[in-house]
Design a protein around this ligand. Structure first.
Ligand code: GLU
Length: 308
């Protein structure tokens, strides 16, 4: 059981792989409001570890979008690409615990050998092929951490207790690639810890990876932040939004001059009831109202289309 401190340090952590869309805006607004509701800070981190997928100019685009919605961050922006030393140190700490081993399997081999069904995220359950040593002559493709065959549970503010058996969900998972690059699961745990984040608010699409992060926190003896996974915005007919699709209304650039209207829609999507007098108000006024009256118990369980 974790207890949320009364003053929350929240964060928003976009990856510069595409422009923010309405789903990202829900995560940004939700985390901003929940931190500011307690008089806390809202940090911004750029998750720029995955360099091949990054789009040039995207960081500036993301910052300009956040500013246009009045979502101003506190302090300096954190960059994952500038925090490699800290990831190295944590990786070594886990190695010293005897929990990390090199793996020579390719994604294709894992997909072929996995008997369990795949989940709708990055994780194909790893069957443990290299657990007891690399095949002779095999190159190291990744470094994995051992998991145990038991449930990892955490309390989510919206969903209540969430439990997952890591062994069957993803198996021993990757912390580092063979080329030295660090995995999101490791980086996010280190970053949130080092920047003093006490509450992680993000989309439900990341719910499945949270138990891996909670597991790493427990191995490293780190304080577990509070978690709140927000409902997902879908396109018409429930289709998943992606950075690659072309749903014009979901692109925030198309809302220039009407940001306040979209903010009100986001508040309603999060179950809040902004008063009629806020129609036509500035983003600052809408966010101020939201921060004052935000009620996390009203966030609905179901996601869906954003109505505007
Ligand atoms: N960078 C991740 C993304 O854009 C989010 C990371 C997080 O919130 O933990 O999907």
């Amino acid at each position: 059981m974790n207890h949320l401190p009364s003053i929350i340090t929240g964060r928003f952590a976009p990856s510069p792989t595409g422009a923010l869309h309405t789903g990202s805006l829900v995560a940004a607004v939700g985390s901003w409001l929940m931190a500011k509701n307690t008089g806390g800070r809202w940090l911004l981190r750029i998750d720029d570890l995955d360099s091949p997928r990054q789009v040039p100019g995207m960081v500036d685009d993301i910052l300009a979008t956040l500013e246009s919605f009045g979502l101003l961050w506190d302090g300096e922006i954190a960059w994952q690409s500038r925090n490699i030393e800290a990831y190295c140190a944590t990786f070594e700490e886990l190695q010293k615990l005897g929990l990390v081993y090199p793996c020579g399997c390719s994604r294709k081999e894992i997909a072929l050998s996995a008997s369990a069904p795949h989940h709708d995220d990055d994780c194909i359950p790893y069957p443990g092929t290299c657990r007891n040593g690399l095949r002779p002559g095999a190159a190291v493709r990744s470094w994995r951490v051992r998991v145990t065959d038991e449930e990892v549970c955490f309390d989510d503010l919206r969903r209540g207790q969430v439990c997952q058996n890591l062994a069957s969900y993803c198996g021993d998972f990757g912390l580092r690639r063979g080329d030295g690059g660090f995995a999101y699961q490791l980086a996010v745990v280190v970053d949130d810890h080092l920047t003093g984040v006490s509450q992680v608010v993000r989309g439900d699409d990341l719910l499945g990876s949270t138990p891996r992060q909670v597991y790493l926190q427990s191995l490293l003896g780190l304080q577990q932040p509070g978690y709140c996974h927000l409902p997902l915005v879908t396109g018409p007919g429930g289709v998943k939004l992606s950075k690659r699709d072309n749903l014009v209304s979901q692109h925030l650039g198309n809302w220039t001059g009407r940001e306040g209207r979209l903010l009100l829609s986001v508040l309603r999507f999060l179950g809040q009831e902004p008063p009629q007098c806020l129609v036509g108000a500035s983003c600052g006024e809408i966010l101020e109202w939201g921060a004052k009256y935000f009620d996390a118990t009203r966030i609905p369980l179901a996601g869906g289309e954003l109505c505007y």
